[in-house]
Design a protein around this ligand. Sequence first.
Ligand SMILES: [Zn+2]
Length: 94
Amino acid sequence: MSRALAVFHYRPMTALRERCPACNRRLITTRFDTTFRMPDQTERLCFGIPGGLCEDCHQLYIEPDLIELLELGTGRCTFAIESDLVIQEQAWSA
Ligand SMILES: [Zn+2]
């Protein structure tokens, strides 16, 4: 079951946290399918990104290494949905 989640910010984190550093609410830690808007107004879709999301703050926490890898440093996360690609993911890693 997947949920649509609007996200307006994302922040790097040093490790997967259980709670939001801003409001201490429990984070949803799973994989997300996300859309990022880049400075040149193009959109980039990234699937199955592991992260933690705070529903109250609309804040998505992603590991800095991953942000660097995906070259999202200057982008803005505009949308995220819980990934339901678990079966495909298992196929990829096989
Ligand atoms: Zn929060």
